[in-house]
Each structure stands twice: as C-alpha cells, then as structure tokens.
Design a protein around this ligand. Sequence first.
Ligand code: FAD
Ligand code: NAD
Length: 474
Amino acid sequence: MSEKFDVIVIGAGPAGYVAAIRAAQLGLKTACVDAFVGKDGKQALGGTCLNVGCIPSKALLDSSKQYYNLAHNLPAHGISVENAKVDMSTFIGRKDKIVKQFTGGIGQLFKANKVTPFFGKGKLLKGNTVEITGSDGSKQTISATNVILASGSVPIELPFAKFDGKYILDNAGALDINEVPKRLGVIGAGVIGLELGSVWNRLGSQVTILEALPDFLSVADQDIAKVAKKEFEKQNLTIKLGAKLTKAEIKKNEVVLSYEDKDGAHDLTVDKLLVAVGRRAYTEGLLAADTGVQLDERGRIKVDEHNHTGVDGVWAVGDAVRGPMLAHKGSEEGVAVAEWIAGKAGHINLDTVPWVIYTEPEIAWAGKTEKELKELGIPYKVGSFPFAAIGRAVAMNEAIGQVKVIAHAETDRLLGVHMVGPGVSELIAEAVVAMEFKGSAEDLARIVHAHPTLSEAVHEAALSVDKRAIHKGN
Ligand code: FAD
Ligand code: NAD
C-alpha cells in the first residue's frame, strides 16, 4: 500500500516548495518530491531559482558591482583604490555558500512545517498516484487527494550551439566560470543575457551580445529600454540587434560564431558562449500517458485561471504553466492553490506581477507598456520624472534613468509603471501596491514620500501625469 497524503507537490522550486509549506500550514498532510542535484552531487531543494537562477545570479551581480564601482564610481567620491584584484575562488565560493545556505534552509522549513520530502523523479499516474524513481533506479509510489505539478523550466537549446558545459554554456555554466573569459559571447539580450553578461563585463570580459530581434528589450517600455541600452553601451557591453546566429564551432579552445544581420554575414570569435534565448516548461517524464493532463502549443501544462488542470485534484503552478517565468509569480500561485485546496479564497493577479532586471541601472515595471495600451486601444496619459533631478540619486552619484507612470486618460487609474535607475527593484513595490488597490496617479501624487529618497521620483512622475511635477518643467 502506498503512503497516502492530502497533497503531493512535484518540484521544490519557488512554486512547489512554497505550495508545500502553505498546504502544510493549512493542516494538510503534505509531501514534496524533487530530483534536483546540487553542485556537490547531493539533493538540493529550491529548484532553478535557489540553485542556478535568482539567488546565485544576484550574488555574482552584487560581487561584480562592488568591483566595478572601485574603478568607475568611487573616484567621483574622492576615493581611489589601487591594484584592486578579484580572487575568483572567493568570488564563486561566496555565491556557492549563499546557495547552500538557502537550499539547506528549505529543508529546515520543510521539517518545521512537517512537509515530507522525497528525493527522486516524480511521475503522475492516473488516480493521483505519484511514482518516484530514485537516483539508484529504485521505485516507490505515494498517493494523494490533490497533486500540484511544479516541475519548472529548463533553458532552450539551439540545435547549432548545443550546451557542452565548457565552451557553450547555459545559465548554470555561466554562474560557474572559474576564470574571467577574455571574450564572452552571449546569444539573447533578454534578462539572463543582460544580467550574466553584466557580471562578466564588470570583471573585465569583453562581452558581445547578439539579439535576434530588431528592438532592444521588446518586452519592456521602449522609453525605458532606450535609456538602459545607452547605459549598458557606456559600460562597454556590445549589443548587436537583429543578429541571427547561424553557426557556433569550437576550434582550438575558442568558439567561432557566424551570424547575420542587416549588413550581411559576420564572424565573431569568443572564449566562452552563453546561450540565453529563453526557457521552456519542463515536463519530461512527468505525466503518464493516461492522466488526462494536457499541454498547450508551447509545451506548458494547461491550466484555468485557478491553476487547475481540469483533471480532478490535479493543479499546476510556476514556470511549467502560462504567465511570466518569475519566481514570485510561481510562489504566489503555489500559495493560492494550497488555499483553494483547503477551501479558502486563494488570490493571484497576473496583471500586477512586477518584473525586475538586476543590471546597473536596474530596470523594473508592472502593468502595461505604452505599446500594449496602443494595441489594446486604451486611452492613456503619461508622466515621467528623471533621477537627475532627485537629490538622493545625485548625492549617490547614481542619477541615471527615470520613472514613468501611465494612467487611464479618463479615469486616471494606474495602468503601468516603468522605471530604470538606482534602486528601482525596491521602488516598484509601491507601484504594485497602488495598482493592486486599483489606485490612480492622483493617489500616488497625494501620498507623502520621504525626502530625500529615490521614491520621490515615483511621486514626481505621478504628479507629472497631471502636469504638476514640482522639480521639473511640465
Ligand atoms: P523551478 O525553480 O525550475 O523548480 C522546479 C523543480 O522541479 C526543480 O528542482 C526540478 O529539478 C524539479 N522537477 C522537475 N520535474 C520533476 C519531476 N518529474 N520530479 C521531481 N522533480 C522535478 N526569477 C525571478 O523572479 N527573479 C530573478 O531574479 C530571477 N533570476 C533568474 C536568473 C537565472 C539565471 C534564471 C535561469 C532564472 C531566474 N529567474 C528569476 C526565474 C526563476 O528561477 C523561475 O521563474 C523559478 O525558478 C520558477 O520556479 P518553479 O518552482 O516553477 O520551477
Ligand atoms: P528572455 O526571454 O528574457 O530573453 C531571450 C532573448 O533571446 C530574447 O530577447 C529573444 O528575442 C532572444 N532570442 C531568442 N532566440 C534567439 C536567437 N536564436 N538568437 C538571438 N537571440 C535570440 O529569456 P532568458 O534571458 O533566457 O531568461 C529566461 C527567463 O528567465 C526570463 O524570461 C525570465 O522569465 C526568467 N529570468 C528572470 C530574471 C529576473 O527576474 N531578474 C532573471 C533571469 C531570468
């Protein structure tokens, strides 16, 4: 007889482990099955985000920023440091330590909340039974009234530039380079390409990013993307738009790339290549043929607005389903599903999920871009405010970028808030709260913001929607 649970979660990434903890908090007997193997060959909870995504990338971004600032920011403050060096084993080791701290922390949280972890590959069988195959090939089955699928995503591989872990790298490989490559090629000027490209660029690598689309960061508001591109280029990141890779060959410890753009065919030789052209839902070996769970045209698990698959007691959350592939989106879906299972009023609003890109300057937004509003035919008005006129940003010597607020032309309701500049990863939270409460630009404009803070840029941009910003012409 297989052990019976109220809830089994397959996948312990930020969607799955959060779902499991919330379900256990609600008194449900919960198991979580995960197959991720960490750098040390042992089971590591936390999925992509904690092991090879959000957390390690932010650790390296922060370390590389400290180093970059020594030469590029501190001199303006009258501080100079000579012969600064990066010790690569400390640089990578610090990141590994942080990863271990957080992945180990999930195990402790499971213990504290009485979630039973299982290590192995989980496969959903008909009737809400899960078969777990251990790393030694051993099999066991467990069953539950509800199963939550949270199998996450994996990087997309290009057929002519296959990952080899040495020269052609995915995100995991690019987080673990032990020596700064003299030349780094990056395919895809998306979130990973820009964040990890920035890490190695700051350490002195000559980074060239090839992006297939003609527009830079086409998912972001184009006013924001324009400022960001200009700043990245000042940092010596080379970004080639409309560039389509046709071949990547490893020759004598180098990667020779062939690509085409509007000017014709080109070659580029680099020491390492990061391929970051997006991620796809991971469902290999997850579903027995007769479960009834459907995949959509992009291979994602089909769900309704309550993350239900349509099969009795089977739910799916996180990167494996529609919506942005972001950790916080998956976690909130996990909480909502656990609450729905427990008969409570779960809540998730995909319209206000914030995006943050942790480059310098940072980029953040929530809601719709101007382009999206035009396509939807929604009338809008815009206010913006530059960090150059914000005292705190100038005092920090980081007076770059702007905040842009978009409100409905008639009702003034906030439709989108877009930012590029210092600390915007934190500032975006105010916009999300205001939008979640269906606030207006006038609401933001009438709220007292502390002086001198970066948040005054949000205040002034909201005032500027009604042409009454104080510290700029309107
Ligand atoms: P995952 O984190 O992918 O976890 C899925 C887990 O399920 C894995 O452990 C996998 O091994 C396991 N699994 C899959 N199938 C099975 C099975 N059949 N049996 C058992 N286990 C299984 N997002 C942000 O919001 N902010 C960031 O700053 C950010 N930075 C990122 C940086 C990088 C380099 C990358 C690659 C991603 C980043 N992301 C970021 C995206 C974020 O990592 C994902 O959105 C998030 O991890 C998705 O969570 P998830 O739980 O759905 O899936
Ligand atoms: P992405 O979708 O952000 O960017 C991929 C880029 O590659 C796009 O600009 C696309 O046009 C381009 N591209 C696609 N095919 C190409 C080709 N053949 N040649 C050249 N360019 C090509 O994907 P990503 O950077 O791989 O990241 C995957 C996802 O992980 C992100 O979309 C995001 O959901 C998540 N992530 C989030 C964060 C964060 O929140 N800060 C950080 C990293 C990753």
